[in-house]
Design a protein around this ligand. Structure first.
Ligand code: NAP
Length: 289
């Protein structure tokens, strides 16, 4: 068996095409959707992610404003910026690019964002709604992008056994809640670094999601024949064939493509979906305003 490639770029393009009409409708009412992006420090990967998000805004006609702050910016200045953006009626979405430099209270800062502008979906108000099974609000972008891609590919979710590797606030935990919520109706197991015999749990999965940050962790013998495998991991691995000296690899060993029925590639799988869902959240936020 050779797995069908879950083409996140194609799925994201469809999501974006549905946004075009909504953005047009907003503009005819005099509302220009506006995303504010805060980036702190010089992390090269974060700069790449921010520029991809800004390009998507430009492509769709969403206004974006970037606030680049030095890595040793004072806490007060950062708080003041968030408060100013909260109060600005022309700003509909506020994104704080993760990771913040070490020592900064990322969760505390997220809590200061107005929940109605929390397009990352990380505010306790929005995560709390998700815990209540309410999936109609601002949802974290990577998990909601994964669900959208699974639905788009026609993967059977209701009654399926799903295993999510990783329990982070950003991916693993909210994704597990979404998969288990009414509407998706999967039966979900979450595994993490302290789980014993991960491979045997993964082998039960109809849907297997790897969100770890460990290149090639998921081997072919972890995967049930015909399973749908989503690779969230983005890892830089040394690559002497590339001028820059590295290439990107996911958490799933490429040999899994011979066992799975569908597999999302890295790059070109979950990444574009994350951006498409950020755009969706920004438009939804502008519509609610
Ligand atoms: P994270 O916060 O570091 O969480 C990693 C999770 O993996 C933790 O729950 C950890 O367990 C678990 N883990 C670590 N080693 C493990 C092992 N050997 N076996 C099983 N579980 C293990 O990372 P994250 O933010 O969720 O991101 C995960 C990956 O996805 C990263 O590569 C990141 O770059 C990528 N990512 C991609 C996108 C995208 O749009 N494509 C978006 C977000 C993240 P403990 O909780 O026990 O420590």
């Amino acid at each position: 068996m050779v797995a069908e490639r879950l083409d996140g770029r194609a799925c994201a393009a469809e999501v974006e095409s549905t946004l075009a009409a909504r953005i047009m409708a907003l503009k005819t009412k005099g509302v220009e959707p506006h995303l504010a992006v805060i980036i702190v420090g010089e992390d090269p990967a974060s700069k790449v992610y921010v520029s991809a998000k800004q390009s998507a805004c430009e492509r769709l006609g969403i206004k974006s404003t970037k606030y680049s702050l030095v890595s040793d910016v004072g806490k007060e200045e950062l708080i003041k910026l968030v408060q100013t953006l909260n109060a600005d009626i022309d700003v509909h979405g506020i994104l704080i690019q993760s990771p913040l430099p070490s020592g900064m209270d990322e969760i505390g800062l997220t809590e200061l964002v107005d929940p109605s502008k929390d397009v990352d979906g990380f505010h306790p108000h929005n995560l709390g709604r998700l815990v209540q099974g309410r999936t109609d609000g601002l949802l974290p972008c990577t998990p909601s992008g994964i669900i959208r891609m699974l639905e788009w590919a026609g993967a059977k979710l209701a009654g399926a056994r799903a295993v999510v590797i990783g329990r982070s606030r950003v991916v693993g935990m909210p994704l597990s809640l979404m998969l288990a919520a009414r509407g998706c109706d999967a039966t979900v197991s979450i595994v993490h670094s302290k789980t014993e015999d991960i491979a045997s749990i993964c082998r039960d999965a109809d849907i297997l999601v790897a969100a770890v940050g460990s290149p090639g962790l998921v081997k072919s013998d972890w995967v049930k024949s015909g399973a749908v495998v989503i690779d969230v991991g983005v890892n830089r691995i040394p690559d002497s064939n590339k001028e820059r000296g590295w290439s990107l690899a996911g958490d799933v060993d490429p040999e899994v493509s011979e066992k799975a029925s569908m597999l999302s590639p890295v790059p070109g799988g979950v990444g574009p979906m994350t951006i498409a869902m950020l755009m969706t959240n920004t438009v939804s936020s502008a519509e609610q305003y």
